[in-house]
Design a protein around this ligand. Sequence first.
Ligand code: OSB
Ligand code: MG
Length: 367
Amino acid sequence: LTIDRAELRLVRLPLLQPFVISTGTMHDRIFPLLTLYSGDHEGYAEGVMDPLPDYLGETLPAAMALLKDLFLPMIVGKSFENPAALDKLLAPWRGHQMTKATVDMAFWDLWAKSLNLPLQTVLGGTGDAIDAGVSLGIGSIDDTVARVADHHRQGYKRIKLKIKPGHDVALVRAVRAAFPDIRLSVDANACYTLADAGLLQKLDDLALDYIEQPLAWDDIQDHAVLQKRLKTPICLDECINSVRACRQALQADAARVINIKVARSGGYYTALKMHDLAAAFDVPVWCGGMLESGIGRAHNIHLSTLPNFTKPGDVSSASRYFARDIINEPLEATDGRMAVPQGAGIGVSLDESFLSEMALSSESFSA
Ligand code: OSB
Ligand code: MG
């Protein structure tokens, strides 16, 4: 498969509501949108790195520079037998998983389209719909209970509450009191330390499905210590940025649930290895989200059809985030289920007229 050309656009999509997590507030998504061309086929992916290094160390300006100066010149005009060949070329560069994943994901879409197969099929997934969960940003207790009620009514199969110090035990108690039976989890985005173990133990009585990334973003060891003191499973997100980190977390019993994000893994190969490794440890996984547009969301839906994705992920309706998406197909949950977009590759197409309005820049790369 020869990559004839690449197009890199920087797109800005305003969020309908600000999204607040322990590390900061997001008002919009600004992301690289990459198209790879081969013959009549086009493969798409979006980057999920933030403008500033808050969720992980990567940043948007660094990603744009790496794509323009290194990764795209390396691959345009070249032929790759399959995604493994591309992965081999990118893997030796250190770090920058989200940037590498942008290239990798676009190539998997292109490759699946060249084979005329849905992405889920080349990844090893099956089924025509997935369970949808939802991630609710930080807000007041009253507002959070109202949003939980709304999303529960819409049928979401799991509701995740963002927490931070001063916005944790009382909030989760209030939601649990109002909804004794729903599947509930919390995500701290790395804002506690082992000194907060006593506070986190108070969450143990609230029947949470798991507590996501309570401690530092790169600290597997402290999570293992904390897990010994909690009944509730710990789920790791930020920490799981390589197969080795995934294996070490599983071996240390630092994570009894794993959130898989392809972007954080550097590409689908690593994500698939993490998926299989977790299965070998009898640890369930689910697919995380990064407030993606329809392109990233379509990738996430395909990945979520693999067998060890036994917990609902953060793949919720696009209309919760954006007044208008950059794809033509509506990706909406119905009764807590999200249909897998049909057709070859990720199965969605770009709304070019809307994109031309929302693109801040565009650059084409040819051999
Ligand atoms: O920790 O999973 C996270 C959004 C931005 C950065 C980190 C995270 C999140 C979410 C939102 O939880 C998931 C989504 O709705 O896409
Ligand atoms: Mg998380």
